[in-house]
Design a protein around this ligand. Sequence first.
Ligand code: CAO
Length: 433
Amino acid sequence: MPDIGDYKGVPVIEVLVAPGDVVREEQSLVTLESDKATMDVPSPFGGVVREIKLRVGDAVSEGSVILLMEPHGALAEVVTSEAASRASCGLHDRPHIVNELPEPAARPSTPGLAAVIAEKDAGLGGSSHASPSVRKLARDLGVDVARVTGTGPKGRITQDDVTAFVKGVMADQLAAPAGAAAAPAAGGSGLNLLPWPKVDFTKFGPIDTQPLSRMKKISGANLHRNWVMIPHVTNNDEADITDLEALRVQLNKENEKAGVKFTMLAFVIKAVISALKKFPTFNASLDGDNLVFKQYYHIGFAADTPNGLVVPVIRDSDKKGLVHIAKEMAELSKLAREGKLKPDQMQGGCFSISSLGGIGGTHFTPIINAPEVAILGLSKSAMKPVWDGKQFVPRLMLPLSLSWDHRVIDGAEAGRFNAYLATILTDYRRVSL
Ligand code: CAO
């Protein structure tokens, strides 16, 4: 371990190489994390790793032995004796202090995501300069950091590099003909994509730049991961809610004095529970190669707030009546708008519903709220002429948009889920079946 300044007994949080690895000069060997900074310790020369002498969790100081390495190549031999002795005497340059500030993104290399994951699985990805937080982001997005081009100092990989890489892969896959993998260009870098446009908007007119709210940043990162990681498909359908709407209006009149307002969403939550009971795969989550079927029914609903999107959860919705659900939804929506929701009021959801019915639109593609496997979008109901076999009759139709994870659910099942849900909404007596 070279000179690491005033730090002593710093924990190793990641060992970045393994015995047998061929290591370049300056390649990171281990990552340390003190309470102030993370540091990657670079190799003083290139060679082959023979033995690792420390483990994650070990506390190290200057002079601790990291690993034994056999230098290789004529050039390496020339520099080895000096560099090795400097390293073992603790006289090497200080390790890189990882700078967590965002750095400009450059054009990423863009092989297909599947190829990247396959390489990762096959253990072919080498080690690269990246901080633990960047490595974590890459892991979360299923990206092998060894395939990402670093644009930071000394080729260090930044968060922007990882996200630019993912965007590049997505763009490649969209640009590739259906069913074909993205065609790699020379050097295996995929299509020649342009970098993310960096525009000086002031050249075109006055602007006002404002930072994203904290909530938008958090929900944005989740939405981005879910959109990139989950193979989404959306089935659109319509439910005839003419009779249900009449019931809702009547119940609202009857309960006016009690201050309870039944919204369409409350009815849909109860109907969705019936559908989840009939199609349990929609109430499941992927855990590696296992599917976890939940025996409880916690339903999340997307709430629009001044600071961004949140998804409060109505726990045990199957055990609650309509009045209870309507009241709880109103309370949670109020807390959401005031920014007062507690973390546990947004956790544990099994299935989410996003209603734009009060706003408008005909259909949309809701993004699945991982680790859930499906989400239902509701749009604005409208009177439509519906053929009853003899004539067109005016019926109030509610648009349903069901997005589902194609790793878990297939199209036929999703079609049946929507059809069943529509049947219940059309004849609400069936909700308790
Ligand atoms: N069709 C027609 N009208 C509808 C409707 C539908 N599907 N759903 C609701 N409405 C009507 C309601 O009846 C109500 O009208 P009245 O006041 O005349 O009764 C009005 O629209 C407003 O409803 P609401 O929005 O107050 O109540 P809600 O239960 O429909 O929704 C909530 C509650 C929290 C889901 C909603 O306020 C909200 O935040 N929606 C946005 C969700 C969102 O942003 N989703 C997108 C996520 S992806 O970015």
